[in-house]
Design a protein around this ligand. Structure first.
Ligand code: UD1
Length: 334
């Protein structure tokens, strides 16, 4: 029996493959390398010392996807094949809706055909839009989101709820990630944006390694402790462990649709990030304060209680670990 990991060469997918293999699971991985590199597959094998089957296919290609189900004994599926850049989604909404929503539908329809009904979906805290109250609980108000990327996550969550209503033999876990950062402690895999990063931590990493001159801090007049935006940064390895625990729950208890926040429950400001990154790695992070970024919110952090109580999930890694591992990875991969 194997777990199919779609998008397994990507940032969160690759770290989850490592955790699944270390946990003794068999995996089959697909990826089309639209935002990842073939070499990552070798690195996952190197880190774990384990082998697995890999297919270079696009999950929109139903025929190829069916071949994966024909050739393997797939028991469950984790979907990491979504596009995830907020800004790009505003420029290319059709591409985002096709890849994320149509892709999820084709995947679910194929699962149905092969009677595979255990599914873990990568969702995002973006589904909460601008929250009325922090920390955010799973039953907080959803939307409105501010971009097509966020909408694709909301739409797919709704599709999954409708699917479960129609057939309650499905076992579904929806995992709402807060802000995944950091890298595997080996320094071999991590987040490696091809262009100028949009997100804070990869941008800081490029400033720390002098690939970019300075960080722009988008506003210091928010209603937060130091005026800069507050987020719930979670180490990607903790996040990856959350998937193993979610699958365990579906395996053991099954039958249901479960939604969990995956975060630490702690909010750090942009200035906290800059200060800790600089201190832990002994590097300079030059920065300037600029205008607010459109669509940004003041504070977003999770209430992680439900995942703790129902999955036994606790984010163990500290902000220092996140900053150290991020720098370690970027230094190795400049
Ligand atoms: C964004 C997405 C979220 C996605 C996440 C990936 C929205 C509204 N946000 O979250 O869906 O899951 O990325 O991690 O959909 N900042 C700077 N300078 C920079 C970059 C960022 O000051 O160069 C600040 C931002 O204003 C914000 C914080 O850093 O306060 C974090 O920003 P970012 O890393 O882009 O994540 P989010 O916007 O929280």
């Amino acid at each position: 029996m194997s777990i199919l990991v779609t998008g397994g060469a990507g940032y969160i997918g690759s770290h989850t493959c490592v955790e699944l293999l270390n946990h003794g699971e068999n995996i089959v991985v697909i990826d089309n390398f639209s935002n990842s590199k073939p070499h990552t597959i070798d690195l996952i094998k190197k880190i774990t010392g384990k082998d697995f089957k890999f297919y270079e296919i696009d999950y929109l290609d139903r025929k190829s996807l069916e071949r994966v189900f024909e050739e393997n004994n797939i028991e469950s599926v984790i979907n990491f094949s979504g596009y995830k850049a907020v800004g790009e989604s505003l420029e290319k909404p059709i591409e985002y809706y096709i890849n994320n929503v149509s892709g999820a539908l084709i995947l679910l329809d194929t699962m149905k055909k092969y009677n595979v009904k255990k599914f873990v979906f990568s969702s995002s805290a973006t589904v909460y839009g601008d929250p009325d109250i922090v920390p955010i609980k799973e039953n907080s108000r959803l939307g409105p989101t501010t971009n097509p990327y966020g909408n694709t996550k909301l739409f797919i969550e709704q599709i999954l709820k409708d699917l479960y209503k129609s057939d309650n033999s499905w076992d579904i876990a929806i995992l709402r990630y807060f802000n995944p950062v950091g890298a595997h402690e080996s320094g071999l895999i991590g987040e490696d944006p091809r262009d100028i990063p949009n997100n804070l931590m990869p941008y800081i990493a490029k400033v720390a390694t002098q690939q970019l001159k300075e960080l722009s801090i988008f506003g210091n007049d928010y209603d937060t402790k130091d005026g800069t935006g507050v987020r719930d940064y979670i180490h990607v390895v903790d996040l990856a462990r959350g998937h193993v625990l979610a699958l365990n729950k579906l395996d053991k208890e099954g039958k249901g649709i479960f939604i969990y926040n995956l975060g630490t429950g702690i909010g750090y400001s942009v200035l906290d990030m800059v200060n800790v990154y600089s201190k832990v790695n002994n590097v300079d992070i030059p920065y300037k304060i600029t205008e607010r970024r459109k669509g940004d919110i003041a504070s977003c952090y999770s209430d992680p209680t439900k995942a703790k109580e129902e999955l036994g999930f606790i984010a163990e890694k500290t902000l220092e670990d996140m900053c150290r591992d991020s720098y370690n990875f970027i230094k190795n991969n400049k």
